[in-house]
Design a protein around this ligand. Structure first.
Ligand code: NAD
Length: 335
């Protein structure tokens, strides 16, 4: 099947080409992001493959459908960038890669906690400048600290597992608590309780209308003073302006973001020669206790192999008329 692959980076091409040796699809690589302007570039390909920075809104889907596209193969787990209702109405099947490497994201999350706590990012620059002072480098033991995990699915569960190894006390909030996570010694509590009792809060739920700005000013009024907040899930889970206010008055003591509300205009591109126009993002960069990475938590060799393989297997299943089990239904976004 012909597949128009949007937002292709050299690493996407490398892994998709290697995986395709077994699948034999016709891959058409496009560097552009998918949006209303670029949708015609799909050129009527029956399958279109997109990443998290692409936007599959209703008008985009209508254009793709009118040109002949019937399958939208996401090479991501998250699907908040797709209008699933519109896809359903048009009869465009949407598939995703539900689990490529939850370990990649979970390990990155714990790395971010350690980096912020023990200031690896500051030490890296300091030592290279010949500054071996320990002033401002003091951290805290993770042992015996309380960590609150919001969303104990594939990633949140592994985060809990790793942090239990550090001797943390782990609280969790999830719409659907599970016994597997409970068996690690994790205690499920309500969101308000989690906010009030955690030294570290880490977000691992999907972005849905219910979770948009889950961490807003009201939530930040409830947290422990100096809390560490980590978001490696989706940017809009957090109200960035509210977070900046909480950083300024000390309610948040450390902030780690791998995702950002307005990341579409920034992430995955080299903008080092340009002036960043996003003043909110620029303000975040001024805080010494903030660590931001550009949506790279998923980015390991293992994950890239799995993403390419599952994406193409999803196309195989569609083209042979059988379900892959990785179809996303509109009900998923309603929670
Ligand atoms: P998952 O579906 O396995 O788990 C999500 C969990 O969140 C489930 O247990 C679900 O019950 C819970 N949940 C849903 N709505 C909730 C709500 N309103 N409140 C509390 N909990 C709720 O997903 P996963 O594989 O663990 O991934 C979690 C998120 O991580 C994804 O949605 C995606 O946005 C993000 N992600 C980020 C990266 C990255 O590179 N930064 C990579 C992969 C995934």
């Amino acid at each position: 099947m012909r597949i128009a692959v949007f937002s292709t980076k050299p690493y996407d091409r490398q892994y998709l080409v290697a995986a395709n040796e077994k699948h034999g699809h016709e891959l058409v690589f496009l560097e552009s992001r998918l949006n209303e302007e670029t949708a015609p570039l799909a050129g009527g390909a029956p399958a279109v493959c997109i990443f998290v920075s692409d936007v599959a809104s209703r008008p985009v889907l209508e254009r793709l459908h009118a040109d002949g596209t019937r399958l939208l193969a996401l090479r991501s787990a998250g699907f908040n960038h797709v209008d699933l209702e519109a896809a359903d109405e048009l009869g465009v099947t949407v598939t995703r890669v539900p689990a490529y490497s939850p370990h990649a994201v979970a390990e990155f999350t714990v790395g971010m906690i350690l980096a912020l706590d023990r200031k690896y990012h500051r030490a890296y620059s300091r030592v290279r400048e010949g500054n071996f002072s320990l002033e401002g480098m003091k951290g805290f033991d993770l042992h015996d600290r309380t960590v609150g995990i919001v969303g104990t699915g594939k990633i949140g569960h592994i985060v809990a597992q790793i942090l239990k190894g550090f001797g943390c006390s782990v609280l969790a909030y999830d719409l659907h608590p599970n016994d597997r996570t409970r068996s690690l010694g994790v205690t499920y509590v309500g969101l308000e309780d989690l906010l009030a009792r955690s030294d570290i809060i880490t977000l691992h739920c999907p972005l849905t209308p219910d979770t948009h700005h889950l961490i807003d000013d009201e939530a930040l009024q409830r947290v422990r003073r100096g809390v560490m907040l980590i978001n490696t899930s989706r940017g809009p889970l957090v109200d960035t302006e509210a977070v900046i206010a909480a950083l300024k008055d000390g309610r948040i003591g450390h902030l780690g973001l791998d995702v950002y509300e307005e990341e579409g205009d920034l992430f995955f591109e080299d903008l080092s020669d340009q002036v960043i126009q996003d003043d909110v993002f620029s303000r975040l960069l001024t805080f010494p206790n903030v660590l931001i990475t550009g949506h790279q938590a998923f980015f390991t060799h293992n994950a890239m192999v799995q993403i390419a393989e599952t994406t193409l297997a999803n196309v195989d299943a569609y083209s042979s008329g059988r379900p892959s089990g990785n179809e996303v239904q509109p009900a998923a976004v309603r929670g």
